[in-house]
Structures are given as structure tokens and as C-alpha cells.
Write a protein that binds this ligand. Sequence first.
Ligand SMILES: [Zn+2]
Length: 255
Amino acid sequence: MVKVNILGSASGVPTKKRSCSSTAVLSAESAYLLDAGEPCSRLLVKEDIPYNCIKAVFISHMDPDHFSGIFMLVKLMALTGRKGPLKIYVPEEAVVKLKEFFRTVYLFEEILSFDYDVFPIKEGVFYHDENINIAGLPNTHMQKRLQTRYPQLPLESYSFVLKTADRTIGYSGDLGCIEDLETLVDTPLDLMIVELAHIEPSSLMEFLAGKDIEKVIFTHIHPELEDREDDIRRLAEKFLEGRCSIAYDGLRMEV
Ligand SMILES: [Zn+2]
């Protein structure tokens, strides 16, 4: 069994009810964090998640709403005497810059109580431990947004597939187009956590309707969608018949 706890369910625009993207996944005695938008540290505390059990953090892409909480999280771990190592995975383009920035904010690895390091996300399985393996699926989110203006930049962004001994979970990250989901739904999924800010909700739900997915959590809720939550719920019921939830901060699900 895997426990999923949505910490922040907003898009890049936080609302009174929702904070930026972060999701905790708990398997056995370990926890993993998918994206680290702010204020993920406070939300981990609020949700009573033992944040010093987080073995690794996976940042799907370098938009601030997905990674701005990482510095405070490492600071919190240091202040509370964490001992175990922490691995932080980001798109390759950001590895060196992020390490430098940790030093800029005085989070020198050599004076903290624990080791941390920054690693690149790769296509395919790039992380595994005794509980879980995680694969990166490149998507077009950053390219769709910025390639015309900044064609020289790597513009990496990823979706993830997480596999434990008996469960498979898909995590969309932010998407560029609906076709980005094709590889994600190649495998049967026990749960899919999919963003709702960059794809038209009805096309997304129609796409998901025929797929081998046990449960769906829609997250990354833009303020305009928050105002239309009842419509979205009706649409979701029509296409996915009781298999879906609209994320809110603090949503917990056992998979
Ligand atoms: Zn985003």
C-alpha cells in the first residue's frame, strides 16, 4: 500500500484555499516528495508527515511554483537535526545552478547535520531504492511555453511513473499538450495525479476515460477552475464515474 498526501494543489497562482504544487508519497517507512512549491515545509508539518523520513525530492521542472520551497525544506531538516541523507532530483539543466544556490543561501552541506546532493532526472528509471523506483518521462511543458523565445535553453520538464512492489502511480507534472500523457498511460495505473491548469478539462477527461487507470486526482487547480469546481466535478463524473477526486490541500488517499 502507498499513501498519497496532496500538500499543495494550486497552480502557479495560490489561492486562499490552495498552495503551490507539492505531493508527499509514503511507502513503508519512507517518504518522497513530488515537487516542492512553497510552502511545502509548513504543509508537511501541518499534515504530520515525518519530513525527516523524506528520502528524496523530485522537481518536475524549474518553474518556481514547483521548486521554491526546497530551500526552506532543507533548512527545516537542518534545524531539526536530520541525520539521513537527502537526494534532490531536478532537470539536468539545473543541477549545478541549484547546488550553487544552496551555498548562496548558506546551506553548506559540510556544516549541516546530514548529507544532501542534487542529481539529474533522466528519461527512464533514474531512481530506485528498496521501496520504489521512479521513471522520468520527458514532456513538452517548458518547450511549449518558451521555445520560440528561448530556443537555446534546454527547457526540460518531466512526468513521473512511481512503482512499488504492488502499486503504480503516474504523476503528470505540468503538461504541454495532451499527447504528453500517452507514454504515462502506457502502463496500467493504480493512481494518476494529473494537472488541470494547462489542458482543457473536457478533452483531458475524455482522453482519460478509456484508459486503464484505477483512480485519478486532478490537481494544479487554477483560480478560474476553483470557481468552476462544481462543473469540473460534473464533467469528471460523466467521463470517469466515481474514479476521480479534485485535489485540495490536505487530500489523503491510500492506494
Ligand atoms: Zn506549474
